[in-house]
Every structure is written in C-alpha cells, then in structure tokens.
Design a protein around this ligand. Structure first.
Ligand code: SAH
Length: 250
C-alpha cells in the first residue's frame, strides 16, 4: 500500500549552517523517489541495519543513507536490487559503489575534517556517492572521465534538487587545479599510487580518502599536517574499487 510520501529533507546537523536539500517535488515524483516493493522504505531500513551491523556509527550518515533513493541511480532492470549492500553495474564497465563503502568513506571524511567548505570527488559515476556527500559539505566539486555517466548523474542531481555540486569532465588524477585547494578529497577509483597532484591540492589539515593499489587495494587516508608539505598516511581497510584510468572518453 502506498501512503502519502514524506518530503525528503537532507539536513546537515553536523555543520553549523542551515543548508538543506528539500526535495520539493510533485506528488508523482515523490512516489517515484519513495519507491515501492523492493525499493520501499522497509527495504531501505534493512540496508541501514546492515550498515550498522558492519560498523557504521555516524547517525547523520545513516540517516542520509536511509533517505537517499539508490534505485534512481540504476537502470530500471536493476532497481529491484538497489538496496542490497553490493556494487552494481552502471554501464561503461563501471559500478555503482557498494552502500557500505560509500557510508564508510563519508563517515571517515566527516570524522577527520573540521572544515568542509570545498570538497573534491574523483569519479562521479552514477552520482550516488556525490548525492550523499553533498549534504555534508559546502560546495562539492566532482570529476568524471566518462561523459555519458556525467550527463546521467547531472540529471539525477537535478531531479533530487541537489544544487551545491559542480561537475567537470576531465581526468581526475590531476584533481581540479583551478578550484583547489580542497578541505577534503575523496576518490571512488583506485590508482596504483597516490597521485601527487591530489596531495598538493589539499588545504591545510586537508584530508584525502582514496583506495590505493592494483590487485590488492587498501582504503587509505592522507592528512596534510597544517599548511606544511608533510602528510600523515593511514591504512584503513582492504577494498575493491575500479581502477583510476588515464584520459577521458566522450
Ligand atoms: N561512487 C560512484 C562510483 C563510480 S565507479 C558511484 O557510486 O556511482 C568509479 C568512477 O570513477 C567511474 O565512473 C569511472 O569512470 C571514474 N574514474 C575512473 N578513473 C577516473 C579518472 N582518472 N578521472 C575521473 N573519473 C575517473
């Protein structure tokens, strides 16, 4: 049974500002956002419980995960699997990240930063991680090398009325030099080694969260020590991401 859907509000209680993404959509749009059956609120609740079981503790992140309509980021044929805690294909050989890892990286980023006015994301993909992160930062800059994925992500961000995100079609291995420095950088694709350009685009005390490695990858957190050229590096946990590739495709 469908009940009248709530208006989703992504509130950011973590930061002392009043940014809110109010999904001020029509009743029909809201039905689609809320989803039915396998995309219903109850199914989402089960996913959130899984995230808790796996160790996600930040309540703001869990709340935002609960509200985010992951089924919208997938082709309709796959949307019934949207609230499984697995990575799923989005075309072009790329994947929608696993909810656990999206929540984990967001939680790490929030926990390690005081200031999140300007944040850079590498690998927009479907825009799923982008949408989550957007509710915890001032301005989000997101780079994607595959144009059709970027175009699709742009549409969904618009549909969700998320308007603090700027998208850039480029090789994110070089960061976004003209917009840096960034309070935090998060990468959804794994380089063999951490690109120096990304470290150099960190603001004082800035934090980089990035999977590193080829066959064996480790989620890694790099923190700039004040405004120095020294960096503290910490291994977080083993992960499996798509590789950070060079160049762009139209
Ligand atoms: N969080 C995204 C993950 C997408 S997979 C989601 O949930 O949808 C990682 C993305 O990184 C892919 O879209 C891939 O095209 C992109 N990517 C890989 N190398 C890149 C590079 N050098 N610059 C920008 N994007 C890159």
């Amino acid at each position: 049974m469908l009940s009248r859907p709530n208006i989703y509000v992504f509130s950011d209680k973590d930061k002392n500002n009043d940014r809110k993404h109010v999904l001020n959509t029509s009743f029909q749009d809201n039905l689609k956002l809320q989803g039915v059956g396998m995309t219903s609120q109850r199914t989402r609740e089960r996913l959130v419980q899984r995230l808790v079981d796996k160790g996600i503790t930040n309540l703001h992140v869990l709340d935002a995960m609960r509200r985010l309509p992951r089924h919208l980021f997938l082709d309709e044929a796959l949307s019934h699997r949207a609230y499984e805690d697995t990575a799923l294909p989005i075309g072009h050989g790329q994947t929608l990240s696993q909810p656990y890892i999206v929540a984990r990286m967001t939680e790490l980023l929030i926990g390690a930063t005081v200031k999140r006015d300007k944040v850079l994301e590498i690998g927009t993909g479907s825009g799923y991680q982008t949408s989550l992160l957007a509710s915890f930062v001032g301005e989000l800059y997101s780079v994607e090398r595959i144009k059709p994925l970027q175009d699709k992500a742009r549409q969904i961000l618009r549909q969700l009325r998320i308007n603090n995100v700027r998208l850039y079609h480029a090789d994110g291995g070089f960061g976004w030099p003209s917009q840096g420095p960034f309070d935090a950088i998060l990468s959804a694709a794994a380089p063999a080694r951490i690109p120096d350009d990304l470290k150099q685009q960190l603001a004082p005390d800035g934090v980089l969260i990035i999977p590193v490695g080829e066959q064996e990858q480790v989620l890694t957190m790099v923190i700039r020590k004040g405004d120095s050229d020294e960096f503290h590096q910490q291994a977080i946990e083993p992960v499996k991401f798509v590789p950070l590739l060079h160049g762009v495709t139209r």
